[in-house]
Design a protein. Structure first.
Length: 169
């Protein structure tokens, strides 16, 4: 997945040139992930068999951070900020023990390529900006919102696109 992340990041300057027209956001979809901390402002778009996500992740308390598996293989790159990440491993939806905690800072990259890998991220002090790519969905349960999540307000989309353009100019 890290090789896919690298290739997608090479294309992001072109993707970020797309200007939202507010009927299709220039190809970017938006969602406010607010069903569980840490809250996330998310832009995403399909790229072949993969999806690329641009995240602004807000700080939360350690007891609030959602410890979860992903329903797809993924790779992440921290563009700005730092977060604590806990890592665990377990089948099903029973929360496994935390096996490790690490501090991840700007320019840190990692992948999660096993369906039974779990993690949480907890931004430290300020929002964290990341790029994430995901592959095809596994047959793996993962936490989901119990309601339809809302799109981001236009102001937040504009702010995020401008911020990410600065990262990838």
């Amino acid at each position: 997945m890290l090789n896919i992340l690298h290739a997608i990041e090479a294309e992001l300057p072109n993707m970020l040139r797309d200007t939202p027209d507010w009927t299709n956001n220039g190809g970017w979809n938006t969602v406010e992930v607010d069903y569980h901390p840490p809250f996330v402002d998310r832009l995403w778009r399909q790229c072949g068999d993969c999806r690329v996500y641009l995240h602004k992740i807000y700080p939360c308390e350690v007891i609030e951070a959602l410890f979860h598996p992903h329903p797809w293989p993924s790779a992440m790159h921290i563009l700005e900020g730092s977060y604590e990440m806990a890592i665990g491993y377990g089948k099903g939806m029973e929360t496994p023990p935390i096996a490790a905690r690490i501090l991840c800072n700007t320019d840190f990259r990692y992948e999660m390529t096993n369906p039974d890998a779990w993690h949480y991220v907890r931004p430290l002090g300020a929002p964290v900006y990341t790029v994430m790519v995901t592959g095809p969905v596994w047959k793996r349960e993962a936490p989901r919102a119990d309601r339809k999540l809302q799109p981001l307000p236009e102001r937040k989309v504009d702010e995020m696109l401008e911020k990410f353009r600065l990262f990838f100019q």
